[in-house]
Design a protein around this ligand. Structure first.
Ligand SMILES: [Zn+2]
Length: 136
């Protein structure tokens, strides 16, 4: 498996650790701060994150059985993780928006670079009749 650091991260808001050893230190700090049992894991994004073992298991434990799901569906109640799904969807939209913002900024900077370089080199002053070169 190739880790190029560009893979999608399912938990981009988590702390990033460079390697397992740093993740372990991070896990120990979190355990001290929040209590519980943290451990590091290698994320597909290439970084190491930490997870709360109890919390990770809680999701599994809270998963409803097939019969419970049928009963709930009959009652017309929303699935137990509906809010979580909505949250993930919102995060995805935010991520997409951030990506577009970053791309626009990058493109704007790329357009400005020739002008900046030119100005840094001393640019040119056209005299009283000259117009600003940055205006277009
Ligand atoms: Zn990640």
């Amino acid at each position: 498996m190739k880790w190029n650091g560009k893979r999608h991260c399912p938990t981009p808001k988590k702390d990033k650790h460079f390697n397992e050893a740093w993740a372990k230190i991070g896990a120990e700090k979190q355990a001290e701060k929040y209590g519980g049992n943290f451990k590091g894991y290698h994320c597909p994004c290439g970084w190491w994150h930490t997870l709360d073992r109890q919390k990770a298991r809680a999701v599994d434990n809270a998963r409803e059985s097939r019969s419970a799901r049928r009963i709930r569906a009959k009652r017309g109640e929303p699935p137990p993780f509906a809010h979580r799904v909505a949250e993930q969807k919102r995060e995805r939209i935010e991520r997409e928006r951030d990506r577009k913002t970053a791309r626009n900024r990058r493109q704007r900077l790329a357009r400005q670079i020739p002008i900046r370089v030119w100005e840094d080199d001393g640019g040119a002053y056209f005299g009283p009749r000259g117009t600003s070169t940055t205006e277009q």
